[in-house]
Structures are given as C-alpha cells and as structure tokens.
Design a protein around this ligand. Structure first.
Ligand code: NDP
Length: 453
C-alpha cells in the first residue's frame, strides 16, 4: 500500500484493535483505492479517507424487554450512521446473537459505497441488536421490537435515517417497529422500508436483493455471450436473499442444488424446483423450522449437519457452475474458494455481505473466476428500498412490473459502471476494484463539495 492508505489502515488497527470485521472491510476497500490514490491529490488534501472511516455517529443503547414468563431481559441495540454525503442514512437492521459494533460498522461502511453505486440519493448506515428472534414467540418479538424502536425513534426519520431489514429482520419485525414508531411520533411516514405493500411498502422489495443478484450475474454472463440456461448453482442460506435468488435462477433456466442454515446444508441433485422452494418458504417464513426438514420431506436430498471439517464449509464442495453465498460474512474462506474451483464453479456472486474472505477473493481472481462483490451484487435490495422511499414521498404505489423494470435497469447500470471503472483504472475484470473505486469517487466528491463536516 502507498503511505497514505497504509497510514489509514494502521490508524484503524490502532484505534479499533478488536474490530476484525470492520478492519477486513476497510482493508479490502483501501487495497482498491490504493490503485488510484496517486491520481487524486484533492482526496488526500481534504482528508477524505480519514473522515470516511469515522462514523458520523454511532449509537449504542439498552433494550429491556419482558419474555413470556415475565422475566426481564436486556439486549444491546446499535445504529451506526456512517456517511450522509449522498442522502439520509440508509441500511438494514440485523437481529442476531453475533451482532456487535465491529459487525455493524463493517456493514455501515460497505453500505455507504453500495448505496452510491445504485445512483440513488442515499447515505450509508446500519444497525441491529444481539437479540436472537429464533425460538421467540410472536409476542416476545413484538415486545422486543417496540422497546428497540422506543430508543431508535429518537435518531431516525424519513429525511434523516431510514432503516430496513437484514438477517433476522423481515416483514414481521418491520411491521412491529413501524407500528411503534407511528405511535410514538404520531406520524405515518416512510421511515422504514421493507413494509408490507398493503400499507406503504413497495412491490418487489422482498424479492429485490435475490432478483437483483441474479440480474447482475446474468449481465456478467451475457458479457461472455453466456446465460443461466442449464447451469447448476450452489446457493447458501435459506432466508430472504437465498429464497428469491433460487426463484429467479429457476425462472432463468438454472438448477439450484443446495441451501443451508446455521445448523447445516442440504444437497438435492435433482434441483430445488418451484414446489420445493414453496416448502422452504413456508418452513423458514411461517413455521420457522430448520433446513434439515427438507431432507426429511424430499428423499432425493441429503442433509449435512454443520461441522468444523478442517475449516471447510460442506456446501461449497458440490460440483456446480455458479455459486451464490447468501447467508452471512466469511462463509467462503480460502479452502472453500479452492473447493469451489475444484468443483467446476466459474462464477461467484455475493448475495450476503462480505461472505468471502480476502484470501478467498484472491483465489477467485488468480484463477479467472467471474466474481461479483457484495456491494455491487446485493445492491438490489437497497435500490428498491430507495424506490420505496420515492413512492412514500409522493404517496403513490408503483406496479410490481414497474419496480422490477427499474431494478433490472439499476443492476445492469451497476454492472456497466463497475466493469468500466475497473478497466479505466487498469484492473480489467476485477469488479472488486471497480465497485470500490466507483462507489468511493462519488462519495468523496460529494464530501468535498459539502465542506469539512
Ligand atoms: P435472513 O435472516 O432472512 O436469512 C439468513 C440466512 O443465513 C438464514 O438461512 C440463516 O440461518 C443463515 N445464517 C445467518 N447467520 C448465519 C451464520 N452465522 N452461519 C450460518 N448461517 C447463517 O437474512 P437475509 O437473507 O436478509 O440476509 C442474508 C445476507 O444477505 C446477510 O449477509 C445480509 O446482510 C445480506 N443482505 C440482505 C439484504 C436484504 O434485503 N435482506 C440486502 C443486502 C444484503 P438460520 O436461520 O439458522 O439463522
């Protein structure tokens, strides 16, 4: 790294030595920016990197709630308002026991550049709690969401900060939080996205991240005069992003043979067709069961409980053409990337945020794998959230067809931007560089225009 980028990375390591995920996200970003920094003296002069790595605001708060036995429980809530150069802070809320400041900061940092790539006017933020919705009753989830929103409501608003869903936060949680926000503020505004289309949500928002991921990957294949027709695909996770990734891959003629949750994965060589996907949606969204039940119902499928297995993740060992990690961060490490390569995979597109470690990404780049990083590949979700904000502001609702057309336009646009940016800066085919540099330049120029704030 050049002196200026190395100094920023050292500062992060010194100031936040325990924030491994934030360090990882910042390192990946700085390695790309390093390639253009000599051509950007104004960025150094205005200390853009020094300012970018520091959240504009990080809020940590207590969330007390009562379980069904009447026992008081206490969780920790977070909202990191990373950067508002391009618009109100925008980014999801994650409810998962692993949530801590490092994870929320890495997600908010990534979100800033992702939102920039969509071309919509949104700044970057992220939040959540170490609350685990798994195994909780609806009433417990509602009481938690109400307590969480009671504090969060002081810090958000339709022109200030507009949260959405993420891991553990779907339509149910957004509904409870929206209800509490409305009650506290006595206003019906578009302060949260991912709402039900019955009361202010956008059509295609639940589908948007998965569909958008496949649209972007399809654009990559099209550039090579190829398509998804007849391709075998590995998809991890079984939540929102995974479900709609499978749905769109099926629609484009691909066959998906895997899904997973935090307990293990299933391999179904005959393919997860529409009927089987409907079973998954009910299992995960309604009865809130485990993925193992799939193999109980469909005898052609095998279930593999999660084991450490020398660090290798079983789901990436099956033969396929394409892989879509859609569960969580660092689910593809170096050994997994090598397993994917050995299994014949030629395209990897990230549905989850930072699912591939830096070493895993190197394996893909060194071996000519088509690789789409999360901040570009999963931007469809926040893009449709941006469209939901636009619909809320004008108090109208667009048709599903119109939203889907806009989503396709935005994802094709992102692919064009990041591939051209990579080529222009001497990194042809490296979409990590393309996404980081394109996302960064727009935010940096806006920060320079707005002075030292
Ligand atoms: P969901 O909660 O709907 O699903 C998450 C899935 O990942 C579940 O199958 C879950 O299994 C699994 N999972 C979660 N944590 C782990 C873990 N530590 N190890 C193994 N499996 C795990 O979340 P989403 O589908 O919304 O989000 C998935 C990813 O996509 C996240 O990285 C998120 O940040 C990213 N993303 C989501 C967007 C959205 O619009 N929802 C937008 C952009 C990115 P289990 O049920 O066992 O917990």
């Amino acid at each position: 790294m050049r002196d200026i980028t190395a100094a920023i990375f050292n500062k992060i390591r010194q100031d936040d030595p325990n924030q491994a995920e934030f360090q990882q996200a910042a390192q990946e970003f700085l390695l790309s920016v390093d390639k253009v920094i000599d051509d950007l003296p104004h960025v150094a002069y205005h200390k853009i990197l020094d300012r970018l790595i520091e959240p504009e605001r990080a809020i940590i708060f207590r969330v007390p709630w009562t379980d069904d036995e009447g026992t008081l429980r206490v969780n920790r809530g977070f909202r990191v308002q990373m950067n508002s150069a391009l618009g109100p802070y925008k980014g999801g809320l994650r409810f998962h026991p692993s949530v801590n400041l490092s994870i929320i900061k890495f997600l908010a940092f990534e979100q800033t550049f992702k939102n920039s790539l969509t071309g919509l006017m949104m700044g970057g933020g992220k939040g959540g709690s170490n609350f685990d919705p798994k195994g909780k009753s609806d009433a417990e989830v509602m009481r938690f969401c109400q307590s969480f929103m009671t504090e969060l409501s002081r810090h958000i608003g339709p022109d200030t900060d507009v949260p959405a869903g993420d891991i553990g936060v779907g339509g149910r949680e957004i509904g409870y939080m929206f209800g509490q926000y409305k009650r506290l503020r006595n206003e019906f505004t578009g302060t949260l996205t991912g709402k039900s289309p019955l009361w202010g949500g956008s059509y295609i928002r639940p589908e948007a991240t998965g569909y958008g991921l496949v649209y972007l990957a399809a654009a990559m294949l099209q550039d090579k005069s190829d398509s998804f027709e007849g391709k075998t695909c590995l998809v991890s996770g079984s939540g929102n992003v995974a479900q709609f990734t499978v749905e769109k891959l099926n629609a484009l003629g691909a066959k998906v043979v895997t899904l997973s949750d935090s307990s293990g994965c299933i391999y179904d060589p005959s393919g997860i067709d529409t009927e089987k996907l409907a079973f998954i949606k009910t299992l995960k969204n309604v009865t809130r069961g485990r993925i193992a039940a799939y193999a109980g119902k469909y005898k052609e499928a095998e279930y593999y409980p999660r084991t450490e297995n020398n660090g290798a993740n079983k789901i990436w060992t099956f033969p396929a053409d394409c892989a879509f990690p859609c569960a969580t961060q660092n689910e593809i490490r170096e050994i997994d990337a090598k397993n994917l390569l050995a299994g014949g995979v030629r395209l990897v597109a990230e549905g989850a945020n930072m699912p591939t470690s830096l070493e895993g990404v190197d394996v893909f780049h060194d071996n000519g794998i088509l690789f789409a990083p999360a901040k570009a590949a999963n931007a469809g979700g926040v893009a449709v959230s941006g469209l939901e904000m636009a619909q809320n502001s004008s108090r109208i609702q667009w048709t599903a067809e119109k939203v889907d057309q806009q989503l396709q336009r935005i994802m094709k646009g992102i692919y064009a931007t990041i591939s051209e940016t990579a080529e222009r800066h001497g990194s042809k085919g490296n979409l990590v560089d393309g996404a980081n540099i394109a996302g960064f330049l727009k935010v940096a120029n806006a920060m320079i225009d707005q002075g030292y704030v």
